[in-house]
Design a protein. Structure first.
Length: 173
């Protein structure tokens, strides 16, 4: 992604373009993405077709462009951009820039385990450093650890429920 960002960064020299945000399947790491979705954050009108041609010449892939101004903050796609978008200007994902923490909430039952197995299980989950325990049977797991945590629960034959959340940080001044 950072290699692509370097190639596209020269387009930010256009004073009307504030940032280019890559989103969609390419931003999620899909290797065989047929096209690239790019949101153009701008403060004035731009020639969309001209920009699309410029981007195509750089990356040699089909491009779909969405244009946004500061007045478009209320469009639903903004949530998608914040969750999965990669900023060309900052060479980072927006979730990282805004300190969002996508997590999975896991609820699990230990009824099928013996008392000693429950103790062993509670020790086993301590190897996951960034898990936040909300109660004895509910934990928040960072999305990047969720597959590994899910595998642990399945190895122990534990009944689970899971739900994905995107938590915003508490920011105070």
């Amino acid at each position: 992604m950072k290699t692509l960002a370097k190639k596209l960064k020269k387009l930010l020299k256009n004073k009307n373009i504030i940032d280019l945000i890559i989103f969609g399947s390419f931003a999620k790491g899909k290797i065989n993405a047929n096209d690239i979705d790019i949101a153009v954050i701008t403060n004035e009108e731009i020639n969309r077709n001209e920009l699309q041609d410029q981007i195509f010449k750089i990356i040699k892939k089909e491009v779909h462009i969405q244009k946004f101004t500061i007045n478009d903050y209320d469009k639903f796609i903004i949530i998608t951009l914040i969750r999965e978008g990669f900023s060309i200007k900052h060479s980072k994902y927006l979730a990282e820039i805004y300190q969002l923490k996508p997590v999975i909430l896991f609820k699990y039952e230990l009824k099928s385990l013996t008392a000693s197995q429950k103790v062993m299980f509670s020790r086993a989950i301590k190897i996951f450093k960034n898990i936040q325990k909300l109660s004895n049977r509910v934990v928040l797991v960072p999305i990047e650890l969720s597959g590994e945590f899910n595998n642990l629960l399945r190895r122990w034959n534990i009944d689970i429920e899971s739900q994905e959340y995107n938590l915003l940080p508490l920011v105070r001044k």
